[in-house]
Every structure is written in structure tokens, then in C-alpha cells.
Ligand binder design. Structure first.
Ligand code: SF4
Length: 576
């Protein structure tokens, strides 16, 4: 059995499922098969797109290295894994090669893996340092990172950078540690000195170097190599047990990662079958509850929160350190009771609060991965400012990335600024709303940065002042403060309680990416105008959902939502 570095950052149960021959498997976009009573979903188009973008980024860097490094750079040709391993070993033995691209390392010790680049150590003993290419940021403004220019991708050329500090990403360090161990096992490691590993990030303008044996930042102050060794040994044991039919070393328990995990249908079915407590309280809190003998939603719902948690019990599931729940016990119990009686929302407060304005605009932005924000949708309501009420979409239908995005963003910003100015002229208060501001703020900032100097693009300070002002309101924290949501806090989960429904039954973030590709002909076919219309309807419904939610939250109708103290334990308090 051979594992790649990804297992070290992956949920343990996922490692089990991926090596259990009896677990169901997804076989592609059009061919989903039964997975132990559950059906695995089609691959997430967002994930597929990120993979394609990452492959493109790696190819661009390979071309760059070839150009910068000349004859000392050689690239392993494409081919079957075994052929690539042989080619890697042959090139590594060639003294004229100082940098080796697309290296496939000899499998062994349960490991397989490849490096985008290996660079030969100088001096006696030789050996190779691994360099990986990733499509996220690996440094931040600051100083102190050890970097070398792309033209000299070698730790001997690294110096403390006066403009960058390291942004340590655990999965990068663990992958470098994996490659470091594989190089050593193959007799290709650097026998002494620091265990250097390099990363080229999204900006692709330098290599950031880390000593994997020394850098702090791993678990409990361990070096990346120590952290890696522990995790890899654990995942190897989990996978071996799964493959050989031995008792499972990892059981499902809901964690944040489940949201994007293709195995969720399988795990959810398992969790529901046993009424697992993690269905309502996930992560560490679920472990802590199990450590107190509360393993089911039913048992949690039956607790009297005034009496506190039961004493710890002796169970292998118990966390090493039980410091009590991160969630308020009263709320955890209310969540469990709501779950059992199918109550979609529970009020945490007497009356929810959302700041309101005389003139109001709901905003929702649609983007495609890191490539661009192609649509800013707005819904104007409230007092008359001489502009038409209702929905407007500011879009570019040139496939992103495109400079035409500067035009659509400038039009959106001009309209929003005009509404604000008109409200101010009339002495009216102005508020604008979005649901979970992270994405909108990221593209507000990103747009002024990328299109600085283009017509109508505001200065960064203007956008920052807007984001910091009380005119820009994120509804998500208001929902979190006001309600417990046993089935999640996404807009599509919450807005139906306000009586809102989406016109398109397939509305959702993943589908919108598929529609966008067809709308602009991203996969080579003719652009499909009906998909543009579908995206506009979807975006309009999202802003209408925000509007419906906040007007409902500030009306008396919201008082019909049960308060957490209203939820009583079920009469039958038998604990399973
Ligand atoms: S759904 Fe959750 S518990 Fe199951 S494998 Fe995925 S991350 Fe792990």
C-alpha cells in the first residue's frame, strides 16, 4: 500500500474509507454508484477547477524554470509512474543535472510522491532538496522569510527577505517532509545540514525556504518532520487496518471538513444510523461529549443543562484533555432538542437585531474561483432616491479573467456610490447588506487592486472606508447571534424560515459554476445565453433572500421561532 502526502492532512475516517475495499466509491461525473446504501455526489466543479488551475500554474512554472536555468535543468518526461521513476533516477545520476523537474520518487515505506522540482545540494555527499509549486500565498508582507530568486532556486542562494514573512501552510510543510523522507529512503537525500524544503506560491516570484527539522509551527511546537512522522505512521495504520479488514481505527465524526468531503453521504448515513452526537455538535465538542458518556443526539437532548455535564467516563474516544465544552451546554442541548423535533431555527435572543436604513441595498457577488468576479447583483429598496427600486446585475460576460471586469465593477461601484450620495443629499440613512462578507470584501479589495487606474475604479482607501463603515452590514453574524441552526447557517438553509424560496430548484454555488462555464463558453463550446439568464435569476434570488431574511428578522413574525428555553426535553428520558 502506498500513501501520498495528502493523507497527513486528511480526516482519519476518510483515509479509512479510501482504503476499505467494501466502501462505496464515486467513479466520475456521470457514473455515481451505490456506496453502502448512500450515493456519493458528483465531483465538486469547484474542486475540479482548482485542480485544473493548479496544473496550469505548475506547467507555467516548469516552463519558467526551463527558461531560467538552461541546460542544468532537465524535466522528467510524462509517462507511466514506473517510467517516470526510472527517468528520475537516471537524471539524478547525471552529474550535469543540477535541477530536476517533475520528479517521481521511488515508492517505498508506504509512500509515493512527486516533486515539482529537485535541486542538487552542493559539495561532497550531494543529494537533493525538494521544491513544490502551489497555488496559494506562501508569504505575507513583512520580513524574515528565507527566500531565493526563481533563477537561483537553491537554499545556498536564500537570504532573509526584507519584504516578506513566511505564511506557513501545514499541508505544504507536511508534503515537503514526505518528500524529504522519500528522498532519504531512496539514497537521494542530503546527508547533513538543515533539512531544506522550498515552496513557490501563487505569486511565483521567489522560492520560500524552510528547515523542516527546525522550524517551529508544527503540532505542540514540533518540527514539521516530527509532526509528519507521527501523522504518517497513524494514517498508515488506519489505511492498513481498513485494507486488511482489521477493526477500524477511525470512526466517522462530523467535523468542518465534512462540508466538502465526497464521503459525507456515507458518513452521514452511518452517523444517522447511530444518532451520533456529532450530528449537532461537531469537532472537539463531540469528542468531549463522548468522553462524558453522551454519544447520541437523544442523550444530549435529554440532559438538564442546569446540572452540567456528567462526569468523564473511561472511553478510548475521550480527548486527552477534557476542558469542558467550547459550546454553551444550554445551547448544545437546545440544538439536540431542535434536531430531534425537526425545528429548523431556535432563537437565542428575545428579539433579533439588524440595523436598518431609510435606503437599503442588498448585494451579492458571483465569482469564478480566483479568476474574477463576473457579477455584482444589487436590490434597491426603502425610501425613494429617484432611482428604480428592484434588482440590477452588473456583469461581464467576457470569460474571466478579463479586463472587462474593470468596466462592470466600476459600473457597480458608481451605482452604489450614487445611491449613497442621493440618500445623503436627502438626509436619509443608508445601509447595504450581504450574507457572509468574506467573499464580497475579498473581491471589493481585489478589484481595486487589480484594476487600479482603469476608468471608474475607486482608490483602495475609498473601498476600505466603505467596508469599515456602518453602511456595510454582514447579515451572517446577525443570524449567528440570533439563532441556533441545527442544519447549518447557510443562506439557503436559513432563508426558508423567513418564507423565501429560490425559483431555480437547482440553485447553489457549485451549479452556478457549471452554468457560468456554459454561459461564457469556457469549455470551448458556443456561449449559452440561457445560462446567463439562469445566473441572473439565481443572483437576484440570493439578494432577495437576504432582503427577505433581514426584514423578517426585524418583524414580529420572527417571534414565532421557538426560543431556546422553550424547547423541553422529551417526556421519555430514557437514554440509549
Ligand atoms: S465526511 Fe467527514 S467524517 Fe466522513 S470521511 Fe469525510 S471528513 Fe471524515
Amino acid at each position: 500500500m502506498l500513501l501520498d502526502a495528502a493523507v497527513t492532512t486528511r480526516c482519519r475516517r476518510r483515509v479509512h474509507l479510501e482504503h476499505d475495499p467494501d466502501a462505496g466509491r464515486s467513479t466520475g461525473a456521470t457514473d455515481v454508484e451505490d456506496a453502502g446504501g448512500a450515493v456519493l455526489p458528483e465531483p465538486d466543479p469547484g474542486v475540479e477547477m482548482r485542480l485544473a488551475d493548479a496544473a496550469e500554474h505548475r506547467a507555467a512554472l516548469a516552463a519558467r524554470f526551463a527558461q531560467l536555468l538552461g541546460a542544468s535543468y532537465r524535466r522528467v518526461p510524462d509517462g507511466a509512474r514506473g517510467e517516470r521513476v526510472e527517468a528520475t533516477l537516471a537524471l539524478a545520476a547525471d552529474e550535469s543535472v543540477a535541477a530536476l523537474g517533475a520528479a517521481e520518487l521511488p515508492p517505498g515505506g508506504g509512500r509515493r510522491g512527486h516533486a515539482e522540482l529537485l535541486v542538487r545540494a552542493a559539495g561532497a555527499g550531494g543529494g537533493w532538496y525538494p521544491v513544490i509549486v502551489v497555488r496559494h500565498r506562501v508569504s505575507d508582507p513583512g520580513n524574515g522569510a528565507w527566500t531565493s530568486p526563481l533563477a537561483r532556486p537553491h537554499p545556498s542562494a536564500a537570504t532573509p527577505d526584507p519584504e516578506r514573512k513566511v505564511r506557513a501552510v501545514a499541508r505544504d510543510l507536511l508534503r515537503l517532509a514526505h518528500l524529504h523522507r522519500m528522498l532519504a529512503a531512496a539514497g537521494l537525500g542530503v546527508p547533513s545540514g538543515p533539512a531544506w524544503g522550498g515552496v513557490v506560491g501563487l505569486d511565483a516570484d521567489c522560492v520560500v525556504w524552510t528547515d523542516l527539522a527546525a522550524a517551529p509551527g508544527g503540532e505542540a511546537g514540533r518540527s514539521p518532520l516530527d509532526t509528519y512522522d507521527r501523522r504518517f505512521a497513524d494514517r498508515l495504520a488506519v489505511a492498513t487496518a481498513a485494507r486488511t479488514g482489521a477493526p477500524a481505527l477511525a470512526e466517522p465524526s462530523r467535523i468542518t471538513e465534512c462540508r466538502r468531503c465526497p464521503w459525507w453521504p456515507v458518513c452521514e448515513a452511518d452517523l444517522r444510523r447511530v444518532d451520533d452526537v456529532s450530528l449537532v455538535v461537531r469537532g472537539e465538542d463531540a469528542l468531549r461529549l463522548r468522553g462524558r458518556g453522551i454519544t447520541t443526539v437523544r442523550a444530549l437532548a435529554a440532559l438538564d443543562p442546569r446540572r452540567g455535564l456528567p462526569e468523564p467516563v473511561d472511553t478510548p474516544d475521550a480527548p486527552a484533555e477534557d476542558t469542558g465544552l467550547g459550546t454553551d451546554l444550554r445551547e448544545a442541548v437546545a440544538l439536540a432538542r431542535a434536531w430531534r423535533s425537526d425545528v429548523p431555527l431556535v432563537r437565542r435572543v428575545g428579539r433579533p437585531e439588524v440595523p436598518r436604513g431609510d435606503v437599503e441595498v442588498d448585494v451579492d457577488m458571483e465569482s469564478l474561483g480566483e479568476d474574477g468576479a463576473y457579477l455584482w447583483g444589487v436590490l434597491l429598496s426603502g425610501a425613494d432616491v429617484g432611482l428604480a427600486h428592484g434588482y440590477r446585475g452588473f456583469a461581464t460576460w467576457d470569460p474571466v479573467p478579463t479586463r472587462d471586469e474593470a468596466r462592470s465593477f466600476a459600473a457597480f461601484w458608481a451605482w452604489l456610490s450614487d445611491v449613497r450620495a442621493r440618500a445623503a443629499e436627502r438626509g436619509l440613512s443608508f445601509r447595504s447588506y450581504c450574507y457572509n462578507e468574506q467573499a464580497e470584501n475579498r473581491w471589493l479589495r481585489g478589484s481595486v487592486e487589480r484594476f487600479a487606474g482603469e476608468p471608474g475604479i475607486p482608490p483602495a482607501e475609498e473601498v476600505e472606508a466603505f467596508i469599515a463603515s456602518d453602511a456595510w452590514i454582514d447579515l451572517f453574524p446577525a443570524v449567528s447571534d440570533s439563532f441556533l441552526c441545527p442544519h447549518g447557517k447557510g443562506l439557503k438553509r436559513v432563508a426558508p424560515s423567513a418564507g423565501f424560496g429560490w425559483r431555480d430548484p437547482e440553485a447553489g454555488g457549485e451549479n452556478s459554476m457549471r452554468w457560468y462555464r456554459r454561459a461564457v463558453g469556457l469549455d470551448g463550446e458556443e456561449p449559452d445565453p440561457s445560462m446567463r439568464e439562469r445566473l441572473l435569476v439565481y443572483n437576484e434570488d440570493d439578494v432577495r433572500a437576504t432582503h427577505a431574511l433581514r426584514t423578517w428578522m426585524t418583524s414580529d413574525a420572527v417571534l414565532a421561532v421557538p426560543h431556546l428555553d422553550d424547547l423541553r426535553a422529551e417526556p421519555d428520558r430514557t437514554v440509549a
